[in-house]
Design a protein around this ligand. Sequence first.
Ligand code: NAP
Length: 297
Amino acid sequence: MTRSLGGAELAASIRNDASVAADALSEIGIRPTLAVVLATDDESTAWYVRSIASAAKRTGILCDIVDLGPSATTEQIHTTLVELGHDPDVHGIILQTPLPEGTDLDALREAINPAKDIDGANPVSLGRLVARLPAFAPATAQAVIALLDHHGIDLHGKTAAVVGRSTVVGSPAAHLLVQRNATVTVCHRHTADLVAATRDAEILVVAVGIPGLIRAEHVAEGAVVIDVGTTATDDGQLLGDVDFAAVDGRAGALTPVPGGVGPVTTALLLNHTVDAAATQYAQTRSDALLTGSRSGG
Ligand code: NAP
């Protein structure tokens, strides 16, 4: 029997913590604020951003959706990100993908102020994560580990396979698993034999975006399978990368899609925003004290 690793309970608990911290900040005049920069007319992306905004509102976080439209240029998006990076009233920034064709995503990620990079998109954040320095981890990668922890799955000494190596999901998830003392194989488009690379893993994390890619032969009997994939269909369904029916009964535990990694990711984005607001407030106070002591005040 395969256990379902749902994310709703964990997400509610993370949102509750964020809400308590947001209230405490509000009492000292700080309203945690998240800016989401959007440049697409893709309806499923717009729906996702609206769902973040409504979760933020319920948590006591202001969410400013900066919609630059589907024909925004790299320069326009860059300018917006730099302005938000300097705005003292904005504490967290998300650059929502997809962006218009031809825009330079790498350059834009670098334009996100690392102190406000609550989804770990700037390469500085990823570098610090790999170097085990304080940084915001990409929320989805962190959600994978948080879900495993929440469901009491020990990672120490386990074999893990991660399918997908993007800088926002697969690679950071692999690094976080290594940091938790798992032994990790990373798979991608050029992996010659995906079945051989995954079929012995005790933990299997899949972040590709191809519905049904992972079938029974990819999964060890009793393995824990985390399905990060989300592909929206024309009829409004959300499909994971794992062929659920084929793997159900073989895996020991499996995340549902939707309702697994997704809600935890959103909750962590809110939690990171509140953390960023608290850190920026503490930094401003410490800068003011230093300035005061230097000027003899
Ligand atoms: P991405 O940037 O497109 O990366 C996909 C990765 O999959 C790449 O590393 C690619 O390999 C690899 N890949 C493609 N075809 C493969 C194959 N046949 N076999 C093995 N590996 C293959 O996507 P992403 O941003 O990481 O997102 C991955 C999925 O997670 C998507 O469905 C996305 O919607 C979903 N997602 C969910 C959440 C959530 O909160 N639940 C958040 C973010 C993303 P190469 O590097 O060789 O090209």
